[in-house]
Design a protein around this ligand. Structure first.
Ligand SMILES: [Zn+2]
Length: 258
């Protein structure tokens, strides 16, 4: 049984900073701002041991400098391929990290697309994937190509179905509202959208997601579905090849305009 807990700390409008902690120590994933993290740590008498960064956007790493002032010996981990705040350890694909003194080891997965140096961290069936895979959707392709982003999502989709997805934003309702336009006849999607709308009307968090649910309802992982292909071709106005990266690119363009 896990000896740690994972707690969401809301930040900005719709970010979550994930805090992995036991009763004494904590690691923060993507602390875009420091104050809500410091508040939680003080309130629960926790010491911050380290930070995992997925990518360089300010809403993911803007709090690092202040947290470092409070905890000078903090471990800060991220990819050297993204322009991040100073790291104490630069990581790459396949590196394994023990989040000491917590009882959790994670592996680094490089997932370029949203940014070129975007990484995800996976361990003990938990995936911290920043702005790459979202519940019901995926991040925008800001720096990489559509093909790179598709490969990154496909890579994450190789993880076990039981993988819990700790992404960085509460976008689930708007993502599924778009998904149902792309695949209106998917009963799993209809049911999930209903559940998510009910949860959001009570201001409840919709995360973590489960990779099994994403395979059933996330159109970016369902590009092989005939209904999705039909709607993509209708939207773009010409037939598409069997190349999933091309289908991904069209779906991402459509979503960008919604
Ligand atoms: Zn981002």
């Amino acid at each position: 049984m896990a000896t740690y807990s994972i707690t969401p700390i809301p930040a900005f409008n719709d970010n979550y900073i994930w805090l992995i902690h036991d009763t004494q120590h904590a690691w923060a994933v993507d602390p875009g701002e420091a104050l809500p993290v410091l508040h939680y740590l003080n309130h629960h008498q926790l010491t911050l041991a380290g930070i995992l960064l997925t990518h360089h956007h300010a809403d993911h790493c803007g709090g690092v400098a202040t947290l470092r002032q409070h905890y000078p010996s903090l471990t800060v981990i991220g990819s050297p391929k993204d322009p991040l705040p100073p790291l104490t350890r630069a990581v790459q694909e396949g590196d394994t990290l023990l989040l000491a003194p917590l009882d959790l080891t994670v592996t680094v997965i490089e997932v370029p697309g949203h940014t070129l140096g975007h990484v995800a961290y996976f361990g003990d069936q938990c995936l911290f994937c920043g702005d790459t895979l979202f519940a019901g959707g995926c991040g925008r392709v800001f720096e990489g190509t559509a093909e790179q982003m598709w490969h990154s999502l496909d890579k994450l989709n190789q993880l076990p179905a039981s993988t819990r997805i700790y992404c960085a934003h509460e976008y689930t309702e708007s993502n599924l509202t778009f998904a149902i336009r792309v695949e209106p006849d998917n009963p799993d999607l209809q049911q999930r959208l209903q559940q998510v709308r009910a949860a959001r009307s009570q201001h409840q968090i919709t995360l973590p997601s489960l990779l099994a649910w994403e395979r059933q309802t996330n159109p970016f992982l369902r590009l092989h579905e005939p209904t999705i292909l039909h709607h993509l071709e209708e939207w773009i106005g010409h037939p598409l090849s069997t190349d999933p990266a091309q289908r991904f690119s069209v779906l991402r363009q459509w979503k960008n305009l919604c």
